[in-house]
Design a protein around this ligand. Structure first.
Ligand code: SF4
Ligand code: SF4
Length: 136
């Protein structure tokens, strides 16, 4: 765990910008980007809907530059689902129009990786420009 935590991903723009105080407890669900994500040709619509600072961020694809995708810092995500277009009971929201974001139960995500996410962000805001890879 300690070794894995030392692997850090730098967050690039486009990224979400917003509040830093919204996660007050562990959310019930998390936004998980799936393989449908194309990065929206560098203009991802999803990040504009995320209310959390540096929660959604750009990850380049080194084999297919300038393409890339969006990822989510699971230690800051509040599970609000504003980034997805899939609302409750089949309703349609304003977020990602490409069905590239799944809302996943936090226990399911943690269990699949054998880690436990912090209830509140475990890094000072000054360090939110990067994220341990285990939280992505
Ligand atoms: S998650 Fe959706 S909106 Fe965001 S970059 Fe990927 S395809 Fe585009
Ligand atoms: S669920 Fe909310 S906090 Fe999490 S990535 Fe989506 S918009 Fe941001």
């Amino acid at each position: 765990m300690g070794l894995e935590l030392s692997v850090v991903i730098g967050k690039l723009e486009p990224m979400s910008h917003g509040r830093t105080d919204l996660r007050k407890k562990k959310p019930k669900q998390l936004a998980v980007i799936n393989d449908n994500c194309t990065g929206c040709a560098g203009s991802p619509v999803c990040v504009a809907y995320c209310p959390v600072e540096a929660c959604m961020f750009w990850v380049p694809d080194p084999d297919h530059e300038p393409f890339g995708r969006i990822e989510v810092d699971k230690a800051t995500c509040i599970g609000c689902a504003k980034c997805t277009s899939k609302g409750p009971d089949g309703t349609f929201l304003d977020g990602c129009p490409w069905d590239a974001i799944d809302m996943v139960a936090v226990e399911e995500w943690e269990g699949g990786r054998g880690i436990e996410l912090p209830s509140v962000p475990d890094r000072p805001v000054s360090e939110w420009n990067s994220v341990p890879s285990v939280y992505v």
